[in-house]
Structure formats: structure tokens, C-alpha cells
Design a protein around this ligand. Structure first.
Ligand SMILES: [Zn+2]
Length: 470
């Protein structure tokens, strides 16, 4: 028999864990049972330590546990009461540290509601160690179970849960909500026609469309997330990767989504971020020195100017007022869209198809590999670190292929524009600047602005010499 000292400053430890699978108990219940146990033994409880972490396994900080260890170490506790050993810790190594600390501090009593562990007894320690190992194993099995459940959903193309329903779908995540689906289609079309995500978010805010969170605050990240998601194209994703067809219907076609991704890639490559204020930014050259003109405004008058100095390198001797030159170029672009040779050019571009197909095949092959990789991780064949390392390499290859495709296709905008010049001209002023710029850029390579007569009140059209892309 171990000599029993009178316990006068016991610690009660309770912890709530969200990974309870039915056998778990709320903190109040844990505390009640522990207090009862203390009373039965005639122990005085000095302090109750309660942690609110989600799992003893994620290695998250447990401030109350740490405080209890410090109190044990300083000699101000002489016994520990917990509901079950796994409330204290499930990690064998942490358990060893706990035992060692108690040993050093001379704490010999650890009782749990479910079983007793006496430190002075080798057999008790062995049982405690085995219990810790079993708890560790159980936690592994739990995450394997959750992983298998996710894998099963992935395979069936079924949705996972989540806090909010996805935009365009009902709460069941399977049924299309038609009013929102129409908005998703508009977003896709307008984006492909050259509108920026920022401008689309502004449009959403202006039209008072509620978000699925119930607010009306549309952010660019939300809009970008919708556009990029495989979900709207009826594709099941797992960890950001398309893994196959989904069980829910598509709102936009997978081809449309592919073009959206390509557009994102090419816009990222061109690195444009600030909202556009000038239709012809970067498209005009100085007729005197050949440098690109910069947009600038002076006294509320928007202008394009040649800038000298180390940062710009131009001659600094040419200026043109923006609105007339923008009007002139826009008219020329719209006229050009309706010319017969434009239709021919567009047909000619299809010749790129072979190279294009090779790149598309390459990107599909990389995507397949990514899926395979995810399968391997799901099956537990590779570690998360291996998965993430291999995935980075594949992502780089995919990105490279997508950029090449984007370059090859040029702007996708054009195919929907040819032959529609007069129609667009009628609506031109109602199009936003992003859309207008996308149309101009599809056709115009650049325009040289020649020197004008000093003091001229109007723009002489012969000053503007456009160089057409197509
Ligand atoms: Zn110049």
C-alpha cells in the first residue's frame, strides 16, 4: 500500500474538445464528476483549470494546462483530478513530460473519474502509458475516418458542408438558385468581355444583390472566388483542384470556365491592378521620340504626355488632350470590327489550333497528375509535406502552360466582337472603361501621336497614326 498523504490543494483539470464523437462530455459535467470524486476522497480542491481548445492533438496552446503545470512545479498542488486521462493529453510524449513533472514535484495522486492512476506504482504507470498510446491511435483513426468520408464525397461528386451555401445554389448545395445563376452567367460573360473583377464587384454592390452571408458587401475576392470556382461549371474540387464531374448541375460550361482561368492568367501576367481611368494607357507613342506616353491630368484636364527624366526617358516635348484622341481611336476601332478583312483575320487565327491543342493537352495532363497526387494523399500513401511539394512543381507547370495558351489566343474578346462594330458604337458610352479598353486592345497594337500645330484648339486627326494588331 502506498502511504497516502492528506490532499489539501488538489487541481481539477477539464477540457472541452470539439472532436467529440458522442462519448465526449461538456466541461460542466466533467467538473461536476471531478468535484464529486474529490469530495468522496475528502480532498480539498485548490483550483479548477479549464481549457477550451478544440483538440489536445493539434498542439494548440492550452493556457490553463500550462498554468496547472507551473503550479505543480512550484509545489502548490498535491493531486490532480481529471475526468479521463485523455482530457489531460493524448500525446504520449506530453504524457511522459507530465508524469516526469509530477514525479519531480512529489505529486503522487492522479485520479480520473474513469480510472485511477497511482504514480508510485509501476503497474499503474504502464497502464497509463498504454492508455496514452491507445488515445493517440484513436485520434489517428478519427482523422483517417474523416479523410475517408471526404474522399467518398469527392468520388461521388457530392458537396462537403460549410458555413455558407455557395452563391448560385440552394442550401442543399445541389439545386441551382436560378436568380443567382443568371448573375453568375453575367459575371462570367462580362469578365470574358474584358471587365475587371473590381468593376464587377462594384456592379454587384450597385445592384444590391445580397451575398450568401446576407450582406450586400461584395468584395473583389468574393467575385474572383465565384469566377474561379469549378463548382459553377459543375466540377467537383478538392483542395482547390478539380477532381471530376460534380453531382450538381453546371451554371456555366466547363469551356467557359477554362477561358476564365486563362483570362485570369494573362491579366496576372500583364500585372494590371489599379482602376483604369484612361482608355489608351500604354497604347500611345510619342511621334517625336517614340517613347510611350503617360496619362496625366492637369487642372482636371486629362492628357497623355511624353515625360522626360530618368524614370521615363522621353523627350518631354509632346502632349495631347485625352478625350478627342480617345474618341477618334474608338471610332476607328469600331469601324474596323465591321470590315471584311477583320472576319478573315479571325479565321486565320484558328490556324494556331495545333499548338494550342498541344498546350491544352499538356495542362490537362498536369491536372490529371494533380488529381492522382490528391488521391495518394487521401489514401495515406504520401505525407502532406510530399503532397504539397509535388503539387507546387505541378502548379508551376500548369501556370506556364496556361500563360502560353493565353498568349497564343491573344484576347478572347475579339471573337464576340467582329461584325458588331455599329451595334457597339451605339452602346459605346454605356460600356464601362474596362470593357471599352478591352475592345480597343483587341484590335489596336498602338498609335503614334505626331506633333501638332502649337496653339491649335482642336485635334487634327492626321496627328494620330494607328498600328493595328489585326
Ligand atoms: Zn517624346
Amino acid at each position: 500500500m502506498t502511504p497516502v498523504k492528506k490532499v489539501t490543494k488538489a487541481a481539477i483539470y477539464a477540457r472541452i474538445s470539439s472532436d467529440q464523437t458522442g462519448e465526449g462530455l461538456g466541461v460542466q459535467r466533467q467538473l461536476k464528476d471531478c468535484r464529486k470524486l474529490a469530495a468522496e476522497r475528502g480532498w480539498t480542491v485548490a483550483e479548477e483549470y479549464v481549457d477550451n481548445d478544440t483538440s489536445a492533438f493539434r498542439g494548440k496552446a492550452r493556457p490553463a494546462y500550462e498554468r496547472m503545470l507551473a503550479d505543480i512545479e512550484s509545489g502548490s498542488r498535491d493531486a490532480v483530478i481529471a475526468y479521463h486521462q485523455d482530457r489531460l493529453t493524448r500525446r504520449p510524449i506530453e504524457w511522459e513530460q507530465f508524469v516526469e513533472l509530477c514525479d519531480r514535484a512529489g505529486v503522487e495522486q492522479l485520479v480520473t473519474v474513469t480510472s485511477d492512476i497511482a504514480f508510485g506504482n509501476d503497474n499503474g504507470m504502464l497502464i497509463a502509458r498504454i492508455t496514452a498510446a491507445v488515445a493517440a491511435n484513436e485520434s489517428d483513426r478519427k482523422s483517417a475516418r474523416i479523410r475517408r468520408k471526404i474522399a467518398e464525397n469527392v468520388e461521388l461528386g457530392l458537396p462537403n458542408g460549410g458555413a455558407q451555401r455557395p452563391f448560385g445554389f440552394e442550401d442543399d448545395r445541389m439545386t441551382v438558385r436560378e436568380a443567382e445563376a443568371q448573375i453568375v452567367r453575367s459575371l462570367a460573360e462580362r469578365f470574358l468581355a474584358g471587365e475587371s473583377v473590381r468593376s464587377l464587384a462594384a456592379w454587384m454592390n450597385a445592384s444590391d444583390v445580397p451575398t450568401t452571408a446576407g450582406g450586400t458587401d461584395w468584395r473583389t475576392t468574393t467575385v474572383r472566388g465565384i469566377l474561379r470556382s469549378g463548382r459553377i461549371a459543375g466540377l467537383r474540387e478538392h483542395r482547390g483542384q478539380v477532381v471530376g464531374a460534380a453531382a450538381w448541375p453546371a451554371i456555366i460550361s466547363p469551356e467557359q470556365r477554362e477561358r476564365i482561368l486563362l483570362t485570369f492568367a494573362s491579366r496576372q501576367a500583364s500585372g494590371r491592378r489599379a482602376p483604369r481611368r484612361y482608355l489608351l494607357s500604354g497604347l500611345l507613342k510619342c511621334g517625336k521620340c517614340g517613347h510611350t506616353l503617360f496619362s496625366s491630368s492637369r487642372e482636371d484636364r486629362r492628357r497623355y504626355v511624353c515625360l522626360s527624366g530618368p524614370d521615363h526617358g522621353g523627350c518631354g516635348r509632346l502632349t495631347v488632350v485625352a478625350p478627342p484622341v480617345e474618341g477618334l481611336i474608338a471610332d476607328a476601332v469600331l469601324l474596323r470590327l465591321d470590315t471584311p478583312q477583320m472576319a478573315d483575320t479571325l479565321t486565320g487565327r484558328e490556324q494556331h489550333d495545333d499548338k494550342y491543342q498541344i498546350l491544352v493537352d499538356e495542362s490537362r495532363a498536369v491536372e490529371d497528375k494533380m488529381n492522382e497526387l490528391t488521391d495518394m494523399w487521401t489514401e495515406g500513401e504520401i505525407s502532406r509535406a510530399d503532397w504539397s511539394r509535388a503539387r507546387k512543381t505541378l502548379e508551376a507547370r500548369l501556370e506556364a502552360a496556361r500563360r502560353q495558351i493565353a498568349l497564343l489566343r491573344g484576347t478572347d474578346t475579339l471573337s464576340g466582337l467582329v461584325g458588331r462594330g455599329s451595334e457597339l458604337a451605339a452602346a459605346w458610352d454605356t460600356l464601362n472603361l474596362d470593357r471599352q479598353a478591352a475592345i480597343v486592345r483587341a484590335v489596336l497594337d498602338y498609335a503614334t501621336i505626331n506633333a501638332g500645330t502649337p496653339g491649335a484648339r482642336t485635334l487634327d486627326p492626321s496627328r494620330v497614326a494607328p498600328v493595328w494588331k489585326l
